[in-house]
Design a protein around this ligand. Structure first.
Ligand code: IMP
Ligand code: MG
Length: 339
């Protein structure tokens, strides 16, 4: 897998952090770059019993050799970034592109009132107002923030050079396909496109450089904030099924619905996915918990995977069976997908 893009196929919170932390270790990823919107995302990584919620740095930090980059398309909250560098001891290996735009206090204030809060139910992290300023060409850039100077690097150049040298590169998207400004449930969406093509643009690589696009689906669909959710269940039903989740950035209770094959098909199309990662199979089928081999799965779980592959017409190569990075069934060898 020389160059892999990982994106979410639903409304965010499908487990990109988990999938990426697994790949970072299993494939020994050397360069990870985050695309996407910014600190409105919270990617959950559970590694060696400790839980991390990463809003700025790539989830590949679990591999201590991996370079951790943030592409110029991404919005940076300096406080959140510096806190995460400290948290995961990334001083020597974190890099920011000087052209990333900076979220300022005024952006957060604007995001926490009016129609953004009341109607859209944004995360309040300032991303929408900052992207608006960026489009108006009045945003401040990372190159103008003295505290961030030590981290500046030409991210597109680093990533393209790594690819030229045949090193393993992973690009991390944020949010989810149906939160995309272009392809989602407008106006209940985030402030830019978040599909795989956008992630390439955020980081500064051309689409011809990508080898694999992994779209991540969770075994059920969740959504936080406002907007349509087909097949939405009542909070009582969500509790009965054991699907209760709380937003990692906002602490809000997530809404939930059963797995949606129609959305999955469209997400595979919009992202040009070559593989599917399916997470939280252990929540849907508790007997899956901790399994590392496909054969260990109960028949219903195998049937579910087979149906998904039939519907979306790409292989389900990774299956999450627990929160820890290593709790994963990796079928890439048996499916002949290893490059
Ligand atoms: P914003 O991106 O903060 O402007 O929020 C716009 C919409 O996207 C709201 O419905 C948010 O709840 C949702 N959203 C933004 N980021 C995430 C995420 O990382 N996971 C899930 N939902 C998100
Ligand atoms: Mg999340």
């Amino acid at each position: 897998m020389p160059c892999t893009v990982v994106v979410c196929g639903f409304f965010g919170d499908t487990g990109k952090g988990k999938v990426i932390s697994y790949l970072a270790l299993a494939d020994d990823i050397e360069v990870a770059a985050r695309g996407g919107v910014g600190p409105n995302a919270g990617h959950t990584v559970v590694y060696k019993g400790q839980k991390y919620i990463m809003r700025m740095l790539p989830s590949a930090f679990v591999n201590e050799r991996c370079r951790l980059l943030i592409g110029p398309g991404v919005l940076v909250d300096p406080e959140v970034f510096l806190r995460e560098v400290e948290l995961v001891k990334a001083h020597g290996r974190a890099g920011l592109d000087p052209q990333c735009a900076v979220i300022e206090p005024k952006h957060k204030e604007a995001d926490r009132r009016g129609h953004l809060k009341e109607k859209i139910g944004t995360t309040g992290s300032g991303c929408g107002p900052c992207n608006a300023d960026r489009a108006l060409r009045v945003a401040k850039l990372v190159r103008d923030v003295p505290e961030l100077k030590p981290f500046l690097t030409d991210v597109p150049l680093e990533v393209n050079r790594a690819l030229d040298e045949g090193r393993k590169v992973l690009l991390e998207g944020t949010q989810g396909t149906f939160l995309s400004l272009y392809h989602g449930t407008y106006p209940y969406v985030t402030s830019k496109d978040v599909t795989a093509a956008a992630v390439c643009s955020d980081v500064g690589i051309g689409p011809t450089r990508v080898d694999e696009v992994i779209v991540v689906f969770k075994a059920f669909v969740t959504r936080v904030g406002a907007g349509p959710l087909p097949g939405e269940l009542s909070q009582e039903e969500i509790e009965r099924r054991g699907w209760v989740e709380v937003g990692s950035v906002t602490g809000r209770r997530r809404r939930a619905a059963p797995f949606n094959f129609e959305l999955a098909k469209r997400a595979v199309m919009l992202n040009g996915a070559t593989q599917v990662a399916l997470t939280k199979m252990d929540v849907l089928y508790p007997e899956c918990r901790g399994a590392r081999e496909f054969d260990e799965l109960p028949k219903e779980a195998k049937d579910f995977v087979a149906r998904l592959e039939r519907e979306v017409k790409v292989p389900v190569s990774l299956i999450g069976t627990g929160p820890e990075a290593h709790e994963m069934i990796d079928r890439r060898d048996e499916l002949g997908l290893r490059r």
